[in-house]
Design a protein around this ligand. Structure first.
Ligand SMILES: [Zn+2]
Length: 122
């Protein structure tokens, strides 16, 4: 593979359904940083959804996206930053990554979360 070409392909994965969408050619110099999200039309979802961009070189690959998607880090198409994730002390939980709960979309009800709002009339 030549590194001298003026464009490089970017693959895009839908943050809602997790499927791969269009591959776009980005001109060098127009490339965004790693973990960039781009709003594209998803043929599976039938609407415009943020897609995670994966470049050939970029420090963010398909496995990274799949981990983020499967653990539930995307909420309404936005990636929750690591610093904004909830702390988790359950080291056996598969959603616990380095002490942070990656299940931001609450697809997994682990029962360990401490909710910020408590119903006082319980
Ligand atoms: Zn989709």
């Amino acid at each position: 593979m030549s590194k001298n070409c003026s464009v490089s392909p970017s693959r895009f994965f839908c943050t809602k359904c997790g499927k791969e969408g269009l591959t776009l050619q980005r001109k060098k110099g127009q490339q965004r940083g790693p973990r960039h999200l781009k709003k594209l039309y998803c043929i599976y979802c039938g609407e415009e959804v943020n897609h995670a961009e994966i470049r050939e070189i970029g420090g963010y690959d398909v496995e990274d996206f799949k981990q983020e998607y499967q653990l539930g880090r995307f909420v309404n198409g936005n990636r929750i930053e690591i610093k904004d994730l909830m702390d988790c002390s359950n080291v056996d939980c598969p959603f616990n990554v380095n002490g942070k709960c990656w299940n931001s979309n609450y697809s997994n009800d682990c029962g360990h979360r401490i909710m910020k709002e408590v119903d006082e009339n319980e």
